[in-house]
Every structure is written in structure tokens, then in C-alpha cells.
Design a protein around this ligand. Sequence first.
Ligand code: CP
Length: 358
Amino acid sequence: MRSLIDILDLTVEELDELVKTACDIIENPKKYSECCKGKKLATLFFEPSTRTRLSFEAAMLELGGSVIGFSDAKNTSASKGETIADTARVVSCYADIIAMRHPLEGAPYVASLNSEVPVINAGDGGHAHPTQTLADLVTIYREKGRFDNLTVGFCGDLKYGRPVHSLISALSRYTGIKIVLISPKELALPEYIKREVIEKNGIPYEENDNLETAIPDLDILYMTRIQEERFDDREQYERLKGCYILDPAKLENAKSDMIILHPLPRVDEITVAVDSDPRACYFKQVANGKNGRKALILKLLEEAEKNPNKCVDTRDTVSIERCPNQRCISNNERELMPKAVKNKDEEVLHCAYCETTV
Ligand code: CP
């Protein structure tokens, strides 16, 4: 059995196959309308969501399955102190597949090791959001027809923007990709992603804090929200909010076939005047996300049927005293042993739950 915790859990071939299946679902929805008859999806959302939860639920219903779950952990036994591990063990008695969002980084991974059914990471803190990447890739494929030879600009909160982390990981495996990182230095992409994803794959990249000067070269502009809820320092958020605002004037120097993506929700970083620009694809992304999630549910359920054995961690790990990331599940769930994985080619250790360099 397999879970999806990180987009790199899927090979490039598997990712391409999922995108193709999603495109087929878009063209032929009826063909898939009974594929999940008798199956149940549990949506465990410990953090707010509109798109991800509702698109998972719509996806399962449109596949002929049913849905159970919660959108507010206050109404669950987590509020009485139940651990993620026990929650996953319990819910897997009721459902065939689980989609989990959690503010603590690594929580869906812990769930996957304790669940009897596949677990999908629906966003964990500022770490990863692999099913948003499915939405992004389906949109890129439908709009640009390829994943190779693209210059992609990521703009805004690259530090906490989990969709950015997952999409960079996915794109880094294709050829001819160039990346432009547009952010204030306080919200720069985490070093471990720069070093171990971008540099390790030999992807050319530049860092630029100016959207206007970066925009003319881009094939894709990926805008992001400054994530107020992740800041420890309120004064820093107040200083940085509104630092990038995409409006029609800034688009004058962009390529005529550039596409604008945003995982949404937006605050003020894209003005509504941009919505009518044919390059604005963020609402198409929302629709594509549902179909990408359908393709994923089908794949994981099919695999679980063939191999129902529980997920196990086969990585080479070492015990550590503690993870330096306060938002890591290992610092917040009792009886969880902090551990690290050694990078294959380097001496660097990463937390086994949240990937922070330790
Ligand atoms: N893009 C995204 O994850 O949106 P929600 O937070 O509404 O699920």
C-alpha cells in the first residue's frame, strides 16, 4: 500500500500518468462515475480549507464513492489529547482512504505509518502540499502542453508557501526548467530546497526581489499569498504584507502566452482586474485540482487493493535529540522519537518528519 506524503513519492512517469488520467477524466467524466462505488474517503482537516477539502469530497462523490470526515478538529477527540497516530489508526477502521491537512509539519507522514489505508497529505504546515501540485501540473499541461523548457517565476511567500515547495520539487525533474525566485529576503525559499532540489538537479535559478524586472522572461508566474498565520513575528508580517501586487500594468511587459497561477486563497496579491486577462489561470487550477485528486484516489485505491500491507519507513534513520523546527510533529506528539535521515550524497541530516536540516 502506498500513501502520498511528498510529491517525490511519485516517479516522473507516475506523475505524467496521473496528469493524463486527470485530463481523460475531464474529457470523459461519465466513464469514471462509478469507479469508487462502495469506497469511503475520510477528510481529516485540522486546519482551514475551502478548495482542498471540498475538491477531495467532490472528487470522491463524483467517482461514485462516499465521504466522512471533519473540518474542525475542535469537534474531535484531538481536543481531548488523542494523538495523530491513534486518530489515523481509528479512522482507517472506517474509511478506505484518508486525506489529511494539519498545521504540524510531518503529521500526515505519521498518520501514514499508523493507518491501515492510504493517507494523502492535503497540506502540512509550511512543508508540502502535493495534491496542489497535481492541480498545478494538470493546469500547466492543459495550458502549455508540456513540462519541459519552461521559465517559472515563484513570487511572494516562498518560505512558508507549501505549494511552492512541492511544485519546485516536481518541476526539478524535467528538462530545460529555469526558476526565478521573487521574494523579500525574509520570505526566501528554504535553503534545503535550494540546495537539495534546485542545485542538486542542476536547475538554473536566480533570486530577484523585483517582480517588474523578472516578469518579461517568464512562461509561468506562480503568485502566492503572504501567509499571516505562519508568522511568529507580527511586526514582520505587517511590514511584508502587500509586498507584491500583480495588476494589469505589471502584466504589460509579460509574454502574451505567460500563464498566471495561484494556489488560492488570494488576499491582495492579484487584483481582481487581472481575472479577466486570458493569462489568468487560477480558477482553472481549482477545477483541475478536483480532477487531479480523482486520478490520485483511483491510483492509491487500486494499489491498496493489490498490496494491502501497511506503509513502512524503509529509510536509513538515526536518532536525534530534537528537531529544530517548532512546527514539526516530532516536537508536538508524545511518544514520537525524533529521528533524521541522512542525505544519500551528503553528510547533511534532515528531520525524518518535516525535512528541516538538523
Ligand atoms: N490551495 C489550497 O490549498 O486552498 P485551501 O486552503 O482552500 O484548501
